[in-house]
Design a protein around this ligand. Structure first.
Ligand SMILES: Nc1ncnc2c1ncn2[C@@H]1O[C@H](COP(=O)(O)OP(=O)(O)OP(=O)(O)O)[C@@H](O)[C@H]1O
Length: 326
């Protein structure tokens, strides 16, 4: 247990009403994150990753639970005080184009972020824009360019520069490389890692791809239908995945198919993600689980400790059958 975590998320849930039914987008999620560390959050589309990220920033109110950032309980903070806190908590999106004003040059967009938070003078902000662009690997003259003139990778670097301009403590990276070519993905991830070291940044790194979070994450939480099904230090999650869902996710990234037969095998995860409006009873993963037992169809598994700091929500944990799943 970290002695002085920057972020504590305790039993946070969010339900949406859709067609008169309750949709549990995030359910009872808890984690702690120390300054300078990265928590990777992984799960398929619709598993609740973005909803969780938006609740941490209080862009979305949680139904229950507590989020404590830098010692402050966010649920008790008045809207007015949130602005000051927001300076310390930034987000980088999958599509930086969508978060940049198309009629503003990128230099103005970065400066604007600082102006909103009343940081520095016009002249000092302008000097900082140049410094930040250089730090994220972009030439000075790009400050005069407009978003449509830049590539996806350049735009993501601008998004990172804009987030950095506010000297945040925490950055939520919401699928920041998913829309980029693989070679550019590697460069952006390397940049994020360098910046983390330099500025002691704390990251929540959201991705549907375990391979992408591996390099940056100290700890990884795997989400399935809004619930954390496994959480562990990154090395351990890769070496000893315990939840069958994590195992399936890992299998799909580690095997590079050489033949159509292998491809068939690689994609052998059964079925589709069930509708969150009508989740399966018992363990929500049981209809797709290769190791499902009778109990899985009726009883929801509790969170169980696999080892220190490693948890999985699965009936197999602690049973002799677990050996077969590994
Ligand atoms: N404003 C909303 N109103 C109703 N349902 C919503 C809303 N926002 C999210 N949801 C639902 O909540 C669930 C979780 O969505 P969320 O976007 O957090 O998942 P995600 O893991 O980030 O998915 P993706 O990778 O596709 O962005 C989904 O079933 C989604 O349809």
């Amino acid at each position: 247990m970290p002695s002085n975590p920057l972020l504590q998320v305790e039993n946070v849930s969010k339900t949406f009403r859709v067609h008169g039914k309750k949709l549990h987008a995030v359910e009872n999620v808890s984690f702690t994150l120390e300054a300078g560390k990265t928590l990777g959050i992984v799960g398929e589309s619709g598993s609740g990753k973005s909803t969780l990220g938006r609740m941490v920033l209080r862009l979305l109110e949680s139904d229950k639970g507590r989020i404590i950032f830098d010692g402050v309980d966010l649920s008790r903070v008045k809207k007015k005080e949130l602005r000051a806190l927001r300076q310390n908590m930034q987000i980088i999106f999958q599509d930086p184009r969508a978060s940049l004003n198309p009629r503003m040059s990128v230099g103005d967009a970065i400066e604007d972020a600082m102006a909103i938070h009343k940081i520095g003078t016009k002249a000092s902000r302008r000097a900082r824009v140049v410094e930040l662009l250089e730090r994220v690997g972009l030439p000075d003259e790009i400050q005069y360019a407009y978003p449509h003139e830049l590539s996806g990778g350049q735009l993501q670097r601008v998004g990172i520069a804009r987030a950095l301009s506010l000297n945040p403590k925490l950055i939520i990276c919401d699928e920041p490389v998913s829309a980029l070519d693989v070679s550019i993905q590697v460069q952006v991830i390397q940049l994020l890692r360098d910046l983390q070291e330099e500025f002691n940044l704390t990251y929540i790194f959201i991705s549907h791809n375990l391979a992408v979070v591996e390099y940056l994450s100290d700890e990884i939480a795997v989400l399935y239908l809004g619930e954390v099904v496994e959480q562990a230090p990154a090395d351990e999650l890769f070496q000893a995945p315990t939840h069958p869902y994590t195992q399936v996710l890992l299998n799909s990234i580690l095997k590079i198919p050489d033949s159509p037969e292998q491809k068939q095998e690689m994609q052998s995860i059964q079925g589709e993600v069930p509708s969150p409006l009508n989740p399966p009873k018992g363990c929500t993963f049981h209809p797709r689980c290769p190791f499902a037992m009778d109990v899985c169809k009726t009883a929801k598994p509790d969170k169980k400790a696999v080892s220190e700091g490693h948890y999985a929500t699965c009936h197999l944990v602690g049973r002799s059958e677990a050996a077969h799943a590994n």
